[in-house]
Design a protein around this ligand. Sequence first.
Ligand code: ZN
Ligand code: ZN
Ligand code: FE
Length: 750
Amino acid sequence: MQGVGFRPFVHNLALSMNLKGYILNDSRGVTIEAEGPEEVLGLFANAIETNPPALAVIQEISQEINNSLENYESFFIKKSYDKGEKTVLISPDTSVCTDCLREMKNPADPRFHYPFINCTNCGPRFTIITDVPYDRHNTSMAEFPMCSLCKSQYEDPADRRFHAQPVACPVCGPHIVLKNSKGEDIETDSESCIEKTADLLKEGAVIAVKGIGGYHLAADALNEEAVKKIRSRKFREDKPFAVMMRSVEEAEKFCFASDTEKQLMSSFRSPVVLLEKKQECLIAPSTAPDNNYLGVMLPYTPLHNLIMDRFGSPLVMTSGNISEEPIAYKDDDALERLSSIADYFLIHNRPIHIRCDDSVVRIFNNREYPLRRSRGYVPFPVLLKEESKIPVLAVGGELKNTFCILRANQAFLSHHIGDLENEETYDSFTNGISHFRKLLGVEPTAIAYDMHPRYLSTAYATESEIKTKIPVQHHHAHIVSCMADNEINGEVIGIALDGVGYGDDHRLWGCEFFLADETSYTRKIHLDYVKLPGGEKAIREPWRTAAAYLFGQMGEKAFDCIPGLRKSVSEDKISIVSDMIENNINSPLISSTGRLFDAAAAIAGVNIISRFEGQAAITLEMIADKHETGEYPIEFITGGDMKIINPYPILFSLYEDIKKGAEKSTAAGKFHNTAASMAAAGAEIIRNETGNNRVVLSGGVFQNMILLGKVITLLEKKGFDVFFHRRVPCNDGGISLGQAVIAVNRIRKI
Ligand code: ZN
Ligand code: ZN
Ligand code: FE
């Protein structure tokens, strides 16, 4: 990877060992030639391999012994010349390092309190690069000529800023300014900007803060009124906000954090980590309503550190956008779009070239389980076991879109693009693809996409100039993304528990048991279809789905099985929905685990309305009694070559439980046990038939930690080898990887 201080590290190491020779960087990697005693060379190679600089990633080392000496006089860094082939990796944006923080806090340092301090080990990378090779003139720092101090450090191989492209100081670099919502300057001096920002936040203001990959909206996380202000102005009713805390110690005042969670939070990736709230957590309730978890991140830029140090307590830091639009990253756009949300703007003049949201990660079973893979991870590739001979572009799905460019054994998943439902997001998607193609120097010869006929990404692919077009079934992509994630191939039992994906029978799928490999799949078991009255609308109104599930057996009485329904929804609306179900009006058939969870939540009296997709299901998870051992009956019906799971006995028993006065938490616990048993029983049916013993788990429903844990436990007890995600999300943010791998394998077979 370029710009991570590898050359100075090798240079200084060689000097310390008295070795002669050179190091050369080119776009394909690094060549080192060193002369010296054999045992010292061995130690040298070992030190490079075992203890490289923080951000360096060594993929492969090959060594060659040459006995003819060149008799070099010193060890030097050879000037690189571009060989044209762009295979050197670009680093993700990384959080400010401890050396830089120390300097920033030292009043005698020329970069004292400077919000843009950075070095070869830290700072922005991906978001400021405009072109390759990664050199200052190809970054958004091009417009800031270096002063003599910065230049001398930049050019000195012994300095920790040698070739740090974003190097800057108060004399030559970017500056911050505080503006009001009309765009007028309030403060321009750096110190006063920080002071005033902290004061305003204390008074309850909402401030848009320009970060590395875009704008955040900041507010005092201990001030309920301030947090509520963001919520109402952002039109984001219940989705949780992330919180920035000064340190892991501070995070532990509000949440539980394991060592692995603390390590991940403090790592150079600095993602939002979901932590379990403590009972006495004092964070404003509106931050993450009805949620047992809180998304916490540490300050990852020098500017964040200055604000947090001055402010002294946690800040809500949520993405700077309205509702579902992409996060604002250009100053004019931010001032325009966010002026109705933010009271003030803390802005700077270092341009962000490409937007990049915060990553969101959970720790599960002591390892990473990503929910959104973006800043700090992108554009580093997911490395695959097998090489592809052709470069492939996979365009992903619709919700939580990412795209993926596959080159050799490197899968470059994009940053989080968002829900491809509006023009802004679509522009971000197409610009992102062009940018990645340029940076990677890749001309894809095949394009993979989702089978859904109405996705914007599908339209992009079918209209693309790339000739070889490969449609991929949504859940097949989920399963293969998890296979690639775990570096396995060959036939597996794939269980995709998901919201919605287009099936090859033109119906909507989402509870799929496949026998699959990286080329094709056979659908072995699925949840029975149900009518989704009103289509998309039912996703926001789980009571509709609940009624539809029960309607076939109970008719009109179904509506009486949903607690509180008659009180909160008008008779007219209920009779319209009843009519839709009965007469098949605008009621597409769907087989979806997400909707089954919605229905269970409605029947349990938890939520009859969802303010965002999956809210009812999430609340059901949050209230579920983890110690409950009971479950509801599961029935597999044989239908042709396939087995079909009958949802009715599950939901009817749940209803009867509630009617008899069972606690919601008990019913929710039993329902989770049932869903887990259903997955395990399905896997067993397929194993009995095929002898296959490997189970791969994917799909958005596996964001449910209780379910994931229970499914894994049951399967392992039955002796299965179980694979779940570790590097890409189980939700639709991961499917572009599966699409790309499937495309390569299909082409190989042709
Ligand atoms: Zn640094
Ligand atoms: Zn300078
Ligand atoms: Fe999906």
